[in-house]
Design a protein around this ligand. Structure first.
Ligand SMILES: Cc1cc2nc3c(=O)[nH]c(=O)nc-3n(C[C@H](O)[C@H](O)[C@H](O)COP(=O)(O)O)c2cc1C
Length: 190
């Protein structure tokens, strides 16, 4: 596939070099193209205030880093979300950004405008890591991310989820995770 394809990724973990980032980096390596990574923990993104400011225009009135994110989502052909499970959902860093995509929800469902896909179509990948054995967390996180992907006009995505991965670096000991991530990154561009 062309080198012109635009791939963006969201890192929802604040732990530098943690399991989520390690997995994401491997998926990015698999794509073999330049990927713009948004390190959500380092960004200025305020929570959605449900002020209604985007309802008639589809444009959020809060001036922060989200404007840059929305512009990148509009242009992206492939979108990767990577998050740890926090209290049975995605991290606050990921959820805050996701909620601010309400402006795209308004554009799509109130103003009836779909974000048009480019020549490569639009596809997604969700990487999620939880420390517990219980799968409820990765499942709940998956529901949120599915709702987000569909809202931003990503019609299909693959999910790689890993439970019982808790301590720093533990993902490296998982028998398949790194290979899965590399292959999922590769498949995203195929
Ligand atoms: C605030 C917080 C909440 C967490 N809640 C859950 C949870 O509900 N379920 C779970 O499986 N793991 C939970 N974990 C464990 C993390 O998902 C796990 O440590 C993961 O590997 C962290 O990824 P990271 O290395 O990228 O930070 C929680 C961790 C933190 C810090």
């Amino acid at each position: 596939m062309s080198e012109d394809i635009k791939v963006i990724a969201f890192l929802g973990s604040p732990r530098k070099g943690g399991n989520t980032e390690t997995l994401l980096n491997e998926a990015i390596r698999g794509t073999d193209v330049d990927v713009r990574v948004f390190d959500l923990n380092a960004m200025d993104i305020a929570p959605c205030q449900n002020c209604g400011g985007c309802e008639e225009t589809g444009i959020c009135i809060v001036p922060d880093d989200m404007q840059d994110v929305i512009a990148a989502i509009r242009e992206a052909d492939r979108i990767i979300m990577a998050s740890p499970v926090y209290f049975s959902g995605v991290s606050a860093q990921a959820k805050t950004m996701i909620d601010r995509c309400q402006q795209i929800w308004c554009e799509k469902f109130l103003l009836k405008k779909e974000i048009p896909a480019g020549e490569f179509g639009r596809r997604g990948l969700f990487l999620v890591v939880g420390g517990m054995k219980n799968t409820a967390g990765v499942e709940c996180a998956g529901k949120t991310v599915t709702a987000w992907f569909r809202t931003i006009s990503v019609p299909e995505h693959k999910t790689l989820s890993y439970t019982r991965v808790d301590a720093m670096g533990e993902i490296l000991k998982h028998p398949t995770a790194m290979g899965d991530a590399f292959e999922a990154g590769r498949a995203l561009l195929r």
